[in-house]
Design a binder for this molecule. Structure first.
Ligand code: G3P
Ligand code: CA
Length: 239
């Protein structure tokens, strides 16, 4: 099982910052999960919310500020401003990833704001850094997932979900040419795990912050755990 650090090592460091990404890799994580949005000038930035206020204290929408403005704002509000770590650009992150050997789950945040070319822009940058084989795209917006797959068939993709009534999503995922399902842990059960195994669909499950949840994933032998505490997951895997 692979261990992904959710928004980086966000249990201990400010989420979606270069510090949290570096700490995750130093802890031994196999990969990093992060979230992308677009700035006013159409550049890709790494942040979870549409508004900066929760992580920075600045009450502004990402797509109302320029890349230059955004990347000068400290993003450690969730850690009582104890760190000096600005919002990273996607380009800065890819430069870091290109120097390592880990996987990145890029979540395209088009659930609320629609950024028309975000998939195309992300793919062009990923290709420029030759990272196609170390990226997994995911999104709650499955139109974004299908667009990414159509534009870059060589890059793996997953359907992200926290509410689902499909009888056999694994079969539909396979038929859509998508490699993974990314369910909220609460939606996983023996039947979904079996359907994924029968259809060759990988399961990357979030958010795994307790030993009880991690033990269930170990028992189910899923593809990946996505956790704010990659150290805890690695320890339980004996790594
Ligand atoms: O990709 C898994 C997880 O990150 C999805 O939820 O809200 O943390 O982006 P959220
Ligand atoms: Ca995410």
């Amino acid at each position: 099982m692979k261990v992904f650090a959710h928004r980086g090592f966000s249990g201990l460091y400010p989420e979606n910052t270069m510090l949290a990404f570096r700490k995750a890799i130093e802890a031994g994580a196999d990969g990093i999960e992060l979230d992308i949005h677009e700035s006013r000038d159409g550049k890709l930035v790494i942040i979870h919310d549409e508004n900066l206020v929760r992580t920075t204290g600045v009450d502004a929408l990402v797509n109302n500020l320029t890349l230059e403005q955004i990347t000068h704002i400290n993003a450690s509000k969730t850690k009582d401003d104890a760190f000096d770590s600005p919002i990273p650009s996607f380009e800065e992150y890819l430069d870091f990833a290109a120097k390592g050997n880990f996987i990145t789950n890029v979540e395209i945040k088009t659930g609320i704001t629609w950024y028309p070319d975000i998939e195309k822009k992300a793919i062009e940058m990923i290709r420029a850094f030759h990272l196609e084989d170390r990226i997994i795209f995911s999104s709650f917006n499955w139109i974004s997932v299908m667009r990414a797959k159509a534009l870059a068939p060589e890059i793996e993709c997953g359907f992200l979900y926290e509410d689902c009534r499909h009888n056999n999503l694994a079969l539909q995922t396979k038929e859509a040419g998508i490699q993974y399902m990314h369910p909220d842990f609460k939606l996983l059960d023996d039947e979904v795990v079996s359907q994924c195994k029968e259809n060759g669909i990988g399961l990357n499950v979030w958010t795994i912050n307790t030993q009880e949840r991690m033990q269930k994933l170990i028992d189910w032998d899923v593809s990946s755990t996505i956790s704010n505490y990659p150290d805890m997951c690695l320890r339980m895997l004996g790594r």
